[in-house]
Design a protein around this ligand. Sequence first.
Ligand SMILES: C[S@@+](CC[C@H](N)C(=O)[O-])C[C@H]1O[C@@H](n2cnc3c(N)ncnc32)[C@H](O)[C@@H]1O
Length: 285
Amino acid sequence: MGERQSAALSGDAQQPDAAVMESVVQAVLASPKYAALDPALVASLANQELRKGRQVREAIKKVKNRLHQSTASYWLTTPHYAHWRAAIEAAKDEPTRKTQLQSILRMHYSMRERLPFLADFYRTIFAGLASVRRVLDLGCGLNPLALPWMGLPSETTYFACDIDREQIAFLDWWLRLQGRSGQAFVWNLLAGAPPIEPVDVALLLKMAPCLAQLDVVAPARLLEEVRASVVVVSFPAQSLGGRDKGMVAHYAATMDALLAGRNWRVERFDFPTELVFRVRKDRCF
Ligand SMILES: C[S@@+](CC[C@H](N)C(=O)[O-])C[C@H]1O[C@@H](n2cnc3c(N)ncnc32)[C@H](O)[C@@H]1O
């Protein structure tokens, strides 16, 4: 693809040329780091970048940067799903399996930060809820691996979505291994909430900043759209590098803005590295 063709816009001045868009998408997916990502998300970012009038090469670079920020940067290492499956299966008893799970959870920054207060975290966010029969974990990362710490009834159905097909295949295998009803599935949250039946609790853990980086209105739209009696929304209380840069005050203000004009009941919980809000939308369902 020549650079002169690169930013070609079709007859509709707003709409990038389909072939140009496809070339950006294919170039991004050709990189092993992004190969398993949902092509719909890559296409939506390619579309955004080309609409800014960028050349193909520049658009590819920008899309990769944004994907790095919103997904790849959370991994300490390349995920080794086959190896992790084998390690989980090889665990002979529950304590050994939990130890294995913790060592895997340490590979994703979001979960790594949560490990020191894992059981307390889930006890708090699910405490006092009348019945939790269906849970939806939005942009789940490795959170479903923490099911053994969640204290949910065995009949609770667990749905989890994220944007990486290999990660999702691994998590779906894990749900089956647990005998847990539900499903892990690929879903790009920039397209809105996944089209599933209403749930009792939706988890939007450390997702709002990540989504806002891709589309500034996505968190508010998702919070509005998701059909859940309760939505647990959390924010990091420190940066990935471990520095507290006034993030609690900043994200408390972000949450205030997300809730502006809503008549929802909200509780706040402060954990050492995570600021959590439990939002009751009950009256909507
Ligand atoms: C900060 S991590 C949070 C992971 C998990 N919720 C947790 O708290 O442990 C952000 C997650 O959002 C996912 N993600 C990024 N963009 C997304 C999108 N457009 N749709 C769905 N998931 C997305 C990333 O792949 C990553 O797993």
